[in-house]
Ligand binder design. Structure first.
Ligand code: 5AD
Ligand code: SF4
Length: 479
């Protein structure tokens, strides 16, 4: 079958899609880039906010119409929405053939094969508190270990899962219900997977977990903390950069900060969402820390890890959020000096404690205004943060042509493949011109986006860029 996979949501989903694609290829299928060519579409879904789910439902609606008009097409829903809605997805949307939860991705090839034979199906994780059994966890671990590590040209980056699930139960969040109980992977498996990736040419590895710094493993007798895991992975020969996302403020001990300071390839970047700057809201969110404790964490991080770069997440319009609470969030952004923050409008998720306990009482217009206000505060903080780098030289991993360079290239391609080529087009098709510099983008160890001119062949390489200017989201410079 030709299969098209569309991925929504977080990096965990991106990794799951990569693993699903590998499993499907191993079962003899072809993964295609164009949904119109596909015999099957797989939606890897996100349930964190309602509009992410609506997007999937509208895709399914369009697929249903194509099926009704005679197109043979299989539709599979995987990811968080699959686990959240389960059987009801197939009942309510008969165009859906397969539903497969994030913890049972190993079932996907078999489910699609059965759907092709006319019998769709559903494979879900057991609900909490049980969650996936030891066998299922081992099968998921096998899927991680069996991944195809070969890199596309110019691809130096890879994600590696170190844990699954979440036990924090922030009151607004659906993740603990759809991704199940927290479970850390065997550190030797993580090191083995990173080793294979690095050997295959990936030199920047990002360790993934919903609350990655809560990682702990006691399987082999001696307790392994996240800082121990960082030390073990950072020792993989040839690994140039080691990152991790996302962190939770409560489990960020000095041992992790010291590991970041002392291990030369661990990047000085922490994405550590605060969600709110107000104690009253943090309590209702069940975040497990106070504003003062978060401020202390920021100060500790800045003291122990020189030049550490921080990024945050905020939710505006959580039930009962007053103007004062909102100002406290703005104040926290100013104080923390984030490189960037992701700011979300509260979206009540069915089944979460907040949706059960609190009315979604902040009007949409107020949520929108508060969202814009925090974005403006973050823009100022981001500009001040990025300006510190003007005049400095930074180490950049080149990702490839920038978004605007790609757009220009597409326009050029379209005009050169037009039926009426320009008069001066080469008659022989042979060009002797030297390769031209294009606008490239890459990232620093602190996860700053850097834009500069250079040859596209630098993709996947490390270069030094001197920073000449900055915006609230990017550094601009030259090689
Ligand atoms: N509404 C809005 N934002 C949410 N997030 C998680 N749950 C919700 C929700 N119900 C945000 C948090 C989290 C990020 C991944 O999504 O900020 O850090
Ligand atoms: Fe959701 Fe909180 Fe767990 Fe993050 S820590 S995944 S916000 S419950």
């Amino acid at each position: 079958m030709r299969i098209f996979i569309e991925t929504m949501g977080c990096q965990m989903n991106k990794l799951d899609s990569e693993l699903a694609a590998g499993a499907l290829r191993a079962a003899g299928h072809e993964i295609v880039e164009d949904r119109r060519q596909a015999d099957a579409v797989v939606y890897n879904t996100c349930s964190v906010r309602q509009h992410a789910e609506q997007k999937v439902l509208s895709r399914i609606g369009a697929d249903a119409q194509r099926k009704e008009s005679g197109k043979r097409l299989l539709v599979a829903v995987i990811g968080c929405m699959a686990q959240r809605m389960g059987e009801s997805l197939r009942r309510k949307y008969p165009a859906v053939d397969v539903v497969c939860s994030p913890g049972r991705l190993f079932d996907l090839p078999e489910l699609l094969a059965r759907a092709a034979a006319g019998a769709g199906g559903v494979s879900l994780d057991p609900a909490r508190p049980a969650g996936p059994g030891e066998d299922d966890i081992a099968r998921m671990d096998d899927l991680d270990l069996a991944r195809d590590v070969s890199a596309a040209a110019g691809q130096s980056q890879a994600f590696v899962r170190v844990m699954r699930g979440c036990d924090f139960f922030c009151s607004y969040c659906i993740v603990p219900f759809v991704r199940g109980p927290e479970h850390s992977r065997d550190p030797s498996h993580v090191v083995q997977e990173v080793g294979r990736l690095v050997q295959a040419g990936r030199s920047e590895i990002t360790l993934l977990g919903q609350t990655v710094n809560s990682y702990h493993w006691a399987g082999s007798g001696r307790a392994v903390r996240f800082s121990d895991l960082l030390a073990a992975v950072s020792a993989v020969p040839g690994l140039r950069r080691l990152r991790f996302v996302t962190s939770h403020p409560t489990d960020f001990g000095d041992d992790i900060l010291q590991a970041m300071r002392d291990l030369p390839n661990v990047c000085p970047y922490i994405h550590c969402p605060a969600q709110s700057g107000s104690d009253a809201v943090l309590t209702r969110m069940n975040r497990g820390y106070t504003r003062r404790q978060y401020d202390e964490f920021v100060d500790r991080a800045r003291t122990i890890v020189p030049g550490v770069v921080l990024a945050g997440d905020f939710i505006v319009g959580f039930p009962g959020e007053t103007q004062e609470d909102h100002q406290a969030s703005a104040d926290l952004i100013r104080r923390s000096g984030y490189k960037n923050s992701f700011i979300f409008k509260y979206s009540a998720r069915p089944g979460t404690p907040a949706a059960k306990k609190y009315a979604d009482d902040i009007p949409q217009a107020v949520k929108a205004r508060r969202n814009n206000e925090l974005l403006a505060v973050q823009e100022e903080a981001g500009l001040a943060h990025h300006r510190q780098y003007v005049g400095k030289t930074v180490d950049v991993l080149v990702e490839g042509p920038s978004a605007s360079a790609k757009k220009t290239a597409r326009r050029k391609h379209e005009s050169s493949s037009s039926p009426n080529p320009p008069i001066h087009a080469s008659a022989t098709g042979v060009s002797a011109a030297a390769p031209a510099a294009v606008q490239l983008m890459g990232r620093t160890t602190g996860d700053h986006i850097v834009v500069f001119d250079g040859l596209a062949t630098l993709s996947g390489r490390y270069v030094n860029v001197q920073i000449t200017d900055a915006t609230s989201l990017t550094l601009l410079g030259c090689l």
